[in-house]
Design a protein around this ligand. Structure first.
Ligand code: FE
Length: 198
């Protein structure tokens, strides 16, 4: 039987501060994300999903609790892997083929950021903003609600921003725009470029 687990954070819990505090990591990674794992392990037991990989569960589970918990584990694993502390080289701008693709699609990096921010700000209620690569190699900005994920659409996710309030309420209270400003300071562009190269 598969024991579903969270990705191990490749940085210390205070590495993303002040943009994302250690307290937010304690709650967001340590409680919200962890609870999805506990839930999925309980829900999958004795079902056709108990021996599948996490990604297979996300792709095969019908709408409902198993999908919601599996997709939230996948989305959060991906979100937390997308960061690197500003002191360790997080933030800044992408380079190489990824930078060229962003320029080609959006005109400039600044325009891409503006459109990504608009996608995140315009996600009503709880959800996720994404930069994805489509099957034809072009880039696309997506917004998904609740646990929904591009994993089920055939697109390749490159970068995501969790815009559920639990992602920013401790550090930014209700201000999603201020959270987004902090977000750009800790993006791990090596992670995004590796996803782009897939
Ligand atoms: Fe979250």
């Amino acid at each position: 039987m598969t024991v579903f687990a969270q990705v191990k954070l490749p940085y210390a819990k205070d590495a993303l501060a002040p943009h994302i505090s250690a307290e937010t990591i304690d709650f967001h990674y340590g409680k919200h994300h962890a609870t999805y794992v506990t839930n999925l392990n309980n829900l999958a037991k004795g079902t056709e999903f108990e021996n599948l990989s996490l990604e297979e569960v996300v792709k095969k589970a019908p709408a409902g609790p198993i999908f919601n918990n599996a997709a939230q584990i996948w989305n959060h694993d991906f979100y937390f892997m997308g960061f690197k502390g500003a002191a360790e080289g997080g933030g800044g701008k992408p380079s190489g083929a990824l930078a060229a693709a962003i320029d080609k699609q959006f005109g400039s990096f600044e325009e891409f950021q503006k459109q990504f921010d608009a996608k995140a700000a315009g996600t009503f209620g709880s959800g996720w903003a994404w930069l994805c690569k489509k099957a034809d190699g072009s880039l696309s900005l997506e917004s998904t609600s609740n646990a929904a994920t591009p994993v089920t659409t055939g697109m390749t996710p490159l970068l995501t921003c969790d815009v559920w309030e639990h992602a920013y309420y401790i550090d930014y209270r209700n201000s999603r725009p201020n959270y987004l400003k902090g977000f750009w300071s800790i993006v791990n562009w090596d992670f995004v470029a590796a996803n782009f190269a897939k």
